[in-house]
Design a protein around this ligand. Sequence first.
Ligand SMILES: NC(=O)c1ccc[n+]([C@@H]2O[C@H](COP(=O)([O-])OP(=O)(O)OC[C@H]3O[C@@H](n4cnc5c(N)ncnc54)[C@H](OP(=O)(O)O)[C@@H]3O)[C@@H](O)[C@H]2O)c1
Length: 352
Amino acid sequence: MAPLRQKAIVIKEDKTVVLKEVDVPKVGPGQILVRVIAAAQNPTDWKTLKTLDKPGGLLGVDYAGVVEEVGPDVPEGLRHVGEHVCGTVHGGIGPTGAFSEYLVGSAKWGVIPTPAGWSFEDAAQIGVAGFTAIQTLWEAQKGLPTPLAPTTTPIPILVYGGSSAVGFYTIQFAKLSGLRVLVTASPRNFDLLKEYGADELFDYKDPEVSQKIKAATGGKLKHAVDTISEAGSGDIIAAAFGEDGGHISQILWYPSPKENVTVHFTLAYEIGGEDFEHPIHFKATAEHQEYCEKVGKLLADILALGKVKPMPKLILPNGLASVEEGLGYMMSGKVSAQKITYRIADTPGVSA
Ligand SMILES: NC(=O)c1ccc[n+]([C@@H]2O[C@H](COP(=O)([O-])OP(=O)(O)OC[C@H]3O[C@@H](n4cnc5c(N)ncnc54)[C@H](OP(=O)(O)O)[C@@H]3O)[C@@H](O)[C@H]2O)c1
């Protein structure tokens, strides 16, 4: 039985955060209550904090933990008490968030069983990055193979920003699909990214990076995932395509940078299967909800192959009491090839 009160990271009026005691959210129809064991940080956490005015909201989207309660109207056999799950919730807008001892979330959408052999700290990073990698490869791009039916034709794909969290999962999923994976990152991360499946690496700060990618692919590159989608990334990618142009999966929207280049923006929050108002107005149709179920199944099935590795973690020492420091570290642009992670039991005053 969950307690009535918990410690959680709460948004203050001045758009900073505080660790304080709040109510444990009540599980509703179609939902599960999860005891959070570990939470991972994403740029969306600080962006929501700084751009949205939701004082009192609980922050955090990515989590891994144990199902404590299954709400009404959850299909029989879908989830069970004691199950180890991981995924993402729409934190920062209301009475539930991942930087908490307990959260409520959909039993169906944005949640999967933790992969075999992964710790809770590892599984906490899957939510946004894993779902976004699926969206960028198979929703924003059309017709690419998946790890469940890989190709023997090494179609080239560029993963721009390979050392980002989304990059780590996109590289691995693309490689397992049989694609030829070209990656941009800082040279200090090249060796690491080769271990995750990058075939060829390019420094995005090299003024000739586009020409080098174009030469390496003989002007045949047509698919790119832009995991950064700012600071001129679209122009660099567009110049790496051949004469026929290509298609870019974006995670922040920008207009097509060039004739013959098409773009497609996806948003991880859409995989939550519910309506929301931030950062865009989104209405989830029944058809979309079916799609979300398929995406969850695909992500779980890919991870069940046992071939995907978690990205390196930076576990901050004091659990939720370190969130303010973690947000500051990320906002100052220091994150490089690492996932900021919090163990809830490391929080002073919280028992394991
Ligand atoms: N649409 C969505 O649903 C969605 C989902 C997830 C993320 N996002 C957005 O996507 C972005 C990345 O998120 P994330 O969690 O994957 O990021 P992250 O892990 O925090 O990204 C850190 C990495 O970004 C790389 N980087 C920074 N500036 C770069 C640039 N100009 N060119 C290439 N690489 C650069 C760094 O590479 P080096 O250290 O190698 O230089 C660093 O390893 C954020 O803006 C986030 O808000 C959107």
